[in-house]
Design a protein around this ligand. Structure first.
Ligand code: ZN
Length: 155
């Protein structure tokens, strides 16, 4: 068995897209990822503007298509860089499994606004759930006060 990176996340393409929509909205051009090497945040729009092909989005750093970008692994400083997801060092943290079972790797989402639904935020979610239940409880009895049920015993 090949050794896997510990923090590797594996999701289906549908889940990946759903997560992107949840974080950034329906417009794919506004979806954003972070380069694992230079930490440069790049959107689908940035790739498009730089002239990169769709298959490179969230896979190779957008700096590959921008002249004067710093060299991945060699030059320090601000990104974007020339990191290639399919190169010698494969450090993309997410594995995305397509409908055909084909796997690609991807950058992590840039995450300015993680909502409490996020997998890693269990604690926040529990609190939110408890709040939701409280609200439900205070609403539920009212809707059941007069059920249209013939076997309802007279009180
Ligand atoms: Zn980069």
């Amino acid at each position: 068995m090949p050794k896997q990176t510990e923090q590797l996340t594996r999701i289906t393409k549908a889940e990946w897209h759903a997560e992107a929509e949840r974080r950034f909205g329906k417009d794919p051009m506004k979806w954003k990822w972070i380069c694992p090497i230079c930490k440069h945040v790049q959107s689908m729009q940035d790739y498009k503007d730089a002239g990169a092909e769709t298959e490179n989005v969230a896979f190779s750093c957008v700096g590959r298509w921008i002249e004067g970008s710093k060299e991945a692994f060699k030059t320090k400083g601000k990104g974007p860089c020339t990191y290639a997801g399919g190169g010698l060092f494969r450090l993309n943290p997410i594995t995305v499994v397509g409908e055909d079972g084909k796997e690609i790797t991807a950058f992590a989402f840039a995450d300015p606004d993680p909502k409490p639904l996020s997998l890693s935020e269990g604690a926040t979610k529990d609190i939110q759930d408890a709040e939701d239940r409280k609200v439900l409880k205070s609403i539920e009895p009212k809707s059941e006060e007069t059920p249209p049920c013939p076997t309802n015993p007279p009180s």
